[in-house]
Design a protein around this ligand. Structure first.
Ligand SMILES: Nc1ncnc2c1ncn2[C@@H]1O[C@H](COP(=O)(O)OP(=O)(O)OP(=O)(O)O)[C@@H](O)[C@H]1O
Ligand SMILES: C[C@H](N)[C@H](N)CCCCCC(=O)O
Ligand SMILES: [Mg+2]
Length: 233
C-alpha cells in the first residue's frame, strides 16, 4: 500500500477524476476547506467548530465511524449553534475504528465515487476521519478523497511526543500529491522548539492559525475562541 502511495509521487494522472468543486451555479466567493489532522483525536472537530463559526460555514463529515449518538456533526451543532447546517454523512458506521474496518464489520465497502460535495452556496468545512493515510477501503485512503474533492486543506497539529514526525510526514504527503496546505492549525500549546521545526517545513503561502487549549468546550468558549482569532485570510 505504501509503495503505491509513494509511486504516485510526481504522477499528475493518479487515476481519479477530480470533482468540479464549484459549478457555475454556485457562489464564486464560496470557501471550501478540508480539515484533516496528524492523527485521530487531535482536535479536528474542535477546530472545525471554530472555523465553521468563523467562516459562517456549513459542515460536512463524509465518514462517521462510531459514536453515532454523539457524532462529530452533533458536536458541531452543540458548539456552533442550532442554525448551523450539517450535511448528512455519506457513510455512518457503528464501530469506532478505521473506516475500512468499520465498513467491513457491516459487510460494506466504502466507494470513493459515492462522495459528493453537498450542494450549498455557503462556505463549507469538511472534516476527515483520523489522518491522511487512514484507509477508506483496501485501495483508497483519506488523502485520495481529498485529492478527488480537489479542495485545500487545513492540517490540525496537537502537541505530543511524536507530533513533529507525524506533522512533517503529513506535510510531505500533501506536497507529494500537490494538495494545497492552506492552513496549519496549531491546536493548543507547543514547546517553541517543536513549533519552530514544524513551521519551517511549510510553504510560505501556508497560513498559521493558533487555537488555544480551551478549558471547557461549550458554545460560549467556542464563540470566545472564534472572536479572539487573528484575522484569517
Ligand atoms: N483546543 C482544545 N482545547 C481543549 N480540548 C481540546 C482541544 N482540541 C481538542 N481537544 C479535546 O481533545 C479530544 C479530541 O478532540 P476532537 O474530537 O476534536 O478530535 P478529532 O481529531 O476530531 O477526532 P476524530 O478523529 O475522532 O474525528 C476531545 O476530548 C476534545 O475536547
Ligand atoms: C474512530 C475514530 N474516532 C476515528 N473516526 C477514526 C480513526 C482511524 C484511525 C486509523 C489509524 O490511523 O490507524
Ligand atoms: Mg472529529
Amino acid at each position: 500500500m505504501i509503495d503505491r502511495f509513494l509511486l504516485r509521487r510526481n504522477d499528475n494522472d493518479n487515476g481519479y477524476k477530480k470533482m468540479n468543486t464549484k459549478p457555475e451555479t454556485q457562489n464564486p466567493e464560496q470557501r471550501l476547506l478540508f480539515v484533516t489532522g496528524i492523527g485521530t483525536e487531535i482536535g479536528k472537530t474542535v477546530c472545525s467548530a471554530v472555523l465553521t463559526k468563523y467562516f459562517k460555514a456549513d459542515y460536512w463529515k463524509p465518514v462517521q465511524s462510531g459514536d453515532l449518538h454523539h457524532s462529530d456533526s452533533m458536536k458541531i451543532t452543540d458548539w456552533v449553534g442550532e442554525n448551523v447546517v450539517c450535511h448528512p454523512e455519506t457513510y455512518r458506521f457503528q464501530l469506532a475504528a478505521s473506516p475500512h474496518q468499520s465498513a467491513f464489520e457491516e459487510n460494506k465497502v466504502i466507494n470513493l465515487n459515492q462522495f459528493k460535495i453537498p450542494k450549498t452556496q455557503n462556505n463549507l468545512i469538511i472534516e476527515g476521519a483520523g489522518g491522511l493515510m487512514v484507509p477508506l477501503n483496501d485501495q483508497d485512503f483519506m488523502i485520495d478523497l481529498i485529492e478527488k474533492l480537489s479542495i485545500p486543506v487545513a492540517l490540525v497539529v496537537r502537541n505530543y511526543l511524536g507530533c513533529i514526525n507525524h506533522s512533517l510526514l503529513s506535510i510531505l504527503a500533501l506536497n507529494q500529491r500537490k494538495i494545497k496546505l492552506e492552513y496549519l492549525i496549531l491546536n493548543g500549546n507547543f514547546p517553541p522548539d517543536s513549533e519552530r521545526i514544524i513551521c519551517k517545513n511549510i510553504q510560505p503561502e501556508t497560513k498559521i492559525i493558533r487555537i488555544p487549549d480551551i478549558e471547557d468546550i461549550t458554545p460560549e468558549t467556542i464563540e470566545n475562541t472564534t472572536k479572539q482569532l487573528e484575522k484569517i485570510e
